[in-house]
Write a protein that binds this ligand. Structure first.
Ligand SMILES: [Zn+2]
Length: 128
């Protein structure tokens, strides 16, 4: 079970990455405010801060693009609807590892999570 907790959904990961970028951007701009006595330093810090915020906008946009490609399935573990990216991902709610590809069985995850039952469920949901 401990391994499951380490692996979180890809969309969630990217989303928290974008959030961190925004915080870093604002922190750097705040640093710019503190350094307003040194004009060039303030300007540089503001520019870097704006860059970080722009980057996070790009990442958010990217998440939007990925979400449209993501496959909606119902998690076999917690039975909540979740989205999968790629062939292997984790449930957004309970972090249950999920796969759509039987070739990956037992490769990235413990084999017990790739049982036929789970896979069939994922596939039939995928076809909707
Ligand atoms: Zn789940």
């Amino acid at each position: 079970m401990a391994e499951n907790l380490v692996y979180s959904s890809k969309i969630n990961k990217i989303r928290s990455f974008a959030l961190i970028l925004i915080f870093v951007g604002f922190a750097i701009m705040y640093g710019g405010l503190l350094a307003k006595k040194i004009e060039w330093l303030m300007l540089i810090l503001f520019l870097i801060g704006i860059l970080f915020i722009l980057l996070s906008c790009v990442v958010y946009f990217w998440i939007g693009m990925l979400s449209t490609k993501a496959v909606s399935i119902v998690c076999p573990n917690c039975e909540k609807p979740t989205k999968m990216l790629g062939r292997v991902d984790a449930c957004m709610h309970c972090k249950q590892p999920l796969t759509l590809d039987k070739d990956l069985e037992g490769m990235e995850f413990d084999e017990k999570y790739n049982k036929r039952k789970y896979r069939k469920q994922a596939k039939s949901n995928n076809k909707r």
